[in-house]
Design a protein around this ligand. Structure first.
Ligand code: NDP
Length: 285
């Protein structure tokens, strides 16, 4: 079993430390507010002398500035820093250079589960950075969940992570608009739930509603057939949905933005193409 120092003891870092302990690793913990270490120390973790106390640092903080603040001017010779915090891909690349300048190596990661999911079946994180370094610590990191290695460029882990979150946030926010609209007509969320579940499942499937796959193929081919369901038709329908929300006294920021995006693609002369043509507007703001 290996020695691992967990830096950052918010809900994620604390659960990571507990998970490493449960897997039998020797765990040291460090947090800006050190009192948060108490429950972990009670479970067998050691209080790290500093954030840089260890050869494998697993960092989970609000963002990358917190890592700079925590490590300060410490040398990191021979240290592997695995940072699972949120940031922009450019911030991650700059952080890789910063760690390297202090003699260490940075592996970046974006973990795709909330605290209760850490270490459970289905948990995974995107990792990027030097593969040989990740491979050396894979057995330890696997305690947190599966490893999805996405490339040597340290910015990639967060790019994949944000790609997933864009789908997550926007689809769930639209789902909330849907429930709000239905509630104005007296429909309870649980009455709509079976239909929502079916749609979420179908979108990721292989059938005629399998739009995750359909759009990926269309984007690769650069061709968005719209003979059967044109973007123009969908822009008009989206306008009706936004009006329905407004008539029901609901807020319309996100659906209104979608309508604007659809209408722009239509106004640019691509209304006869399919929904996938919207990516052209996104790629050319
Ligand atoms: P937070 O994002 O709220 O981060 C809290 C941690 O950041 C604490 O340890 C806090 O220290 C530390 N921190 C903040 N600012 C500084 C600073 N300037 N210097 C040193 N430490 C600092 O908590 P979470 O645990 O929820 O999230 C951790 C990371 O995991 C985030 O990047 C988040 O995006 C990501 N994530 C979170 C998920 C979730 O469901 N919670 C799911 C997937 C990823 P202190 O205790 O002293 O305030």
């Amino acid at each position: 079993m290996t020695q691992v120092t967990v830096v950052g003891l918010g809900p994620m870092g604390s659960t990571m430390a507990e998970t490493f302990l449960a897997a039998g690793h020797e765990v040291a913990v460090w947090n800006r507010t050190m009192s948060k270490a108490e429950p972990l120390v009670a479970k067998g973790a050691r209080r790290a002398a500093s954030a840089a106390d260890g050869e494998l640092l697993v960092v989970s903080q609000i963002g990358y500035q917190a890592m700079y603040d925590s490590l300060g001017d410490a040398r990191l010779d021979g240290t592997v820093v695995v940072n699972l915090s949120s940031g922009t891909p450019e911030e991650l690349r700059a952080a890789a250079r910063w760690v390297e300048g202090r003699g260490g190596v940075l592996v970046t990661a974006g973990i795709m589960v909330p605290p209760p999911g850490i270490g459970r079946p289905g948990a995974y994180a995107f990792y990027s950075g030097p593969k040989d370094v990740l491979d050396r610590h894979a057995a330890t990191l696997k305690a947190l969940g599966d490893i999805a290695y996405v490339g040597a460029d340290q910015g990639l882990a967060m790019t994949y992570y944000q790609a997933q979150l864009l789908v997550f946030w926007s689809s769930l926010t639209s789902y909330m608009h849907a429930m709000a609209l239905l509630s104005r007509s007296g429909v309870a969320p649980k009455e709509f739930l079976p239909y929502a579940k079916e749609l979420f499942t179908l979108l990721g499937g292989d059938g005629p509603m399998g739009f995750a796959g359909i759009l990926a193929a269309e984007v690769e081919a650069g061709h968005h057939p719209g003979e059967l369901n044109s973007l123009h038709m969908q822009a008009v329908g989206m306008g009706h949905a936004v009006h329905a929300l407004a008539d029901a006294g609901l807020e319309t920021t996100v659906p209104g933005a979608l309508r604007a995006l659809f209408e722009r693609a239509d106004a640019e002369g691509r209304g006869h193409e399919g929904l996938g043509t919207v990516i052209q507007s996104i790629m050319n703001p």
